[in-house]
Design a protein. Sequence first.
Length: 260
Amino acid sequence: RRVHGALTDQHIATPMGVTAENLAEQYDISREECDQYALSSQKRYAAAEAAGVFEAEMAPVELGRSRKGAPPAVLQADEHPRDTTLEKLGKLPLIFKKDGRVTAGSASGVCDGAGALVLATEEATARHGLTPLARIVSYSVAGVPPHIMGIGPVPAMRQCLERAGRKLTDVDAIEVNEAFAAQYLAVEREFALPGQLVNQNGGAIAMGHPVGASGARIAAHLAHLIARRHLNPLGEPIRLGLASACIGGGQGIALLMEAV
């Protein structure tokens, strides 16, 4: 009940899915575009999972012993991803509006999850013998109208880059939380994001959106890509990465990180 309450803006009495529909109307985003993007997120995740991209950032969880005393089952991969097709996605019913765009297939799943990050000064890392994954360059939080909260990453990313004296063209990889396909596509259009560099290993439509943990997941994933100089789709090593998410209620948050 608490999770579902968090998915409705109590101030304007509007579900998050309706805010995505509002953006779809404003940016003329079609149902077909949403389904196409949702499929691409699933495919990118599947390819990355098969290649072991996520292994270093995952912590296996024991699920408990069976009644017969067998060894405990271990959960060590995300359960939410789907093997789907455009045809299957096209058959899913609309959720929030009769003539809308958002379906279960083009929305992030409500999932359980947890994430943790350690922030430390350069002095502390040296004193404790730690090897940092990445260095935080700048960060930003911005406000937007709550009925289009999903556009929040745009002013947040813009301000984050300005504070660092960087341009979008300087960035090697971008992670933007996929609350909804329509929401992400609106952000991409408004900020002219280079789509091939965004969520190259899939996003929340494939992996799910554990409320309160998605920011840590996005930041940790990007930090790991930076630490090992993972190649982006252009074949360039990732040295500068930008992460961002929308926030229900009308906010956006962004974080810029670079290689150490």
